[in-house]
Ligand binder design. Structure first.
Ligand code: GAP
Length: 445
């Protein structure tokens, strides 16, 4: 996949109503995107699948929905106020801004910046030394802006889980090991935001924090690494040749992590992280006890002792996962002069579209009746606009697995043609059997 294929995906996303640039009529708003009708369906399908795999399929994993705004001390305790920084470098000649670690891979603090060339204007000697820049968005609570009323938009959903973990455990009578899953918005004032929805200032995370006895953390790490990797292949249907693990070296580890692995995908712009699996040890719980003065230890009735559990975190970006799925599904079927989004049917925003061959002779009425019936089981659309070929290709781009065509024969024998997106084969089937046939072919019920 080349860089230009990302441009083609971006353009398809706009054309077909998946993703729009934020505030487009005002010239756009940096690194924020809006999800159109198909985008929001796809995003919901992904997050529901993740939620099901985590909470429904694991008896000992429970859900939570904590606030985006939380007590500011949480971010002091977690280390985000002091350590959640990007090192920034500016070019005095052309005002371009870079993350230092993107220009110099290792040891950027000791790099000789006056010898490094600005990639944009090509001059040497104009780059500033790196300055630390905190990525958290600040806001004020209450009517008067003052330093004592500062609140932060959460940069990760994880902390909401940590500060609630004993409440969840107690109210739901959980015993270690158990997990807490959460899906929600997170915000980071990213300096270099690029590659479409890959790195944005507002995004959604799907995080699960798994609480284990200290000493059981290494095994839990192996278990969750495997489970999460397999999710991409078995559940999302991602091509496994485009997936790999990357282990964080010592220099890359976040301030809280003992061990960290990224699941990476080969995007058009290169291999990049989609999800992180981290051993956060007892760092966060220790810190919250220290800063809040409240007990954050788990009381183990079986062992008759109290301890800080270790935490294995699986942290995925919903938007990044969606981009992974879009890149993986994009298929330029040049033999047939069409673009197809080969989305797994269970993820496809719309499962079927109903097309009357012509807008008369009673065919639209039959089409609407079919829509009314199918919509009880899955998302379906009606389309009578343009030639039938154009309608099919529109749906191929939208990733719709099936097109149902109502023709004159439908009036005679209550049948329609059912077109398959990927091989374009068409069968004639009874209208009464449509729901069952589509559900079987999609492998969903
Ligand atoms: N709680 C741990 C944590 O937040 P992270 O590696 O900073 O770890 C986890 O982020 C995931 O969140 C990433 O793998 C990525 O999918 C997503 N993510 C992080 N920053 C993002 C951004 N600016 N835009 C979109 N997704 C982002």
């Amino acid at each position: 996949m080349s860089e230009s294929s990302l441009d083609r995906i971006i353009s398809l996303c706009k054309r077909r109503g998946f993703i729009f640039q934020s505030s487009e009529i005002y010239g756009g708003f940096g690194a924020v995107y809006d999800y159109g009708p198909l985008g929001v369906e796809l995003k919901n399908n992904i997050s529901q699948l993740w939620w099901k795999c985590m909470t429904q399929n694991h008896e000992n994993i429970l859900g939570l929905d904590s606030g985006i705004l939380m007590h500011p001390k949480i971010w002091e305790a977690s280390g985000h106020v002091d350590a959640f920084n990007d090192p920034l470098v500016d070019c005095k000649q052309c005002n371009a801004r870079y993350r230092a670690d993107e220009l110099v891979n290792e040891d950027f603090l000791n790099a000789k910046w006056n010898e490094i060339q600005c990639p944009k204007c090509g001059t040497t000697g104009n780059l500033t030394n790196p300055r630390q820049f905190n990525l958290m968005f600040k806001t004020n609570i209450g009517p008067i802006e003052s330093d004592s009323d500062i609140a932060y938009l959460r940069p990760e959903t994880a902390q909401g889980i940590y500060v609630n973990y004993l409440l969840v455990q107690g109210s739901m009578r959980q015993k270690i090991p158990f997990g807490i899953a959460q899906i929600g918005k997170a915000f980071r004032n990213e300096i270099i935001a690029r590659n479409f929805i890959f790195r944005t200032r507002e995004f959604e995370q799907m995080e699960m924090q798994y609480f284990v006895q200290p000493g059981a953390d290494d095994d839990a790490m192996v278990e969750w690494k495997n489970k999460r990797y397999n999710f991409y292949i078995d559940e999302l249907g991602i091509n496994k040749d485009r997936l790999r693990f990357h282990e964080h070296g010592k220099d890359e580890l976040a301030h809280y992590a003992k061990e960290a692995w990224d699941i990476e995908y080969e995007f058009p712009f290169g291999w990049s992280e989609v999800e992180g699996i981290h051993n956060r040890t007892d760092f966060d719980l220790q810190k919250h006890q220290e800063f809040s003065g409240k007990n954050m230890q788990y009381s183990d009735q079986l062992l008759n002792e109290k301890y800080f559990p270790y935490i294995i975190e699986t942290s995925a970006g919903l938007n990044r996962m969606l981009l992974t799925i879009l890149c993986d599904a994009y298929w330029d079927d040049s033999d047939n002069n069409r673009i197809v989004m080969k989305l797994h049917p269970k993820l496809a925003p719309v499962k079927a579209v109903v097309c009357p061959l012509v807008k008369k002779d009673g065919l639209p009425e039959i089409g609407h009746k079919i829509v009314d019936e199918l919509m009880k089981s899955f998302k379906v659309l009606y389309d009578q606009q343009g030639s039938i070929g154009k309608r099919y290709y529109r749906q191929d781009e939208a990733g719709t697995p099936f097109c149902i065509t109502v023709d004159h024969e439908s009036k005679e024998n209550n049948t329609v043609t059912l077109r398959n997106r990927d091989d374009q084969n068409q069968d004639r089937v009874s209208i009464n059997d449509l729901v069952k046939i589509i559900q079987n072919r999609m492998d969903i019920s």
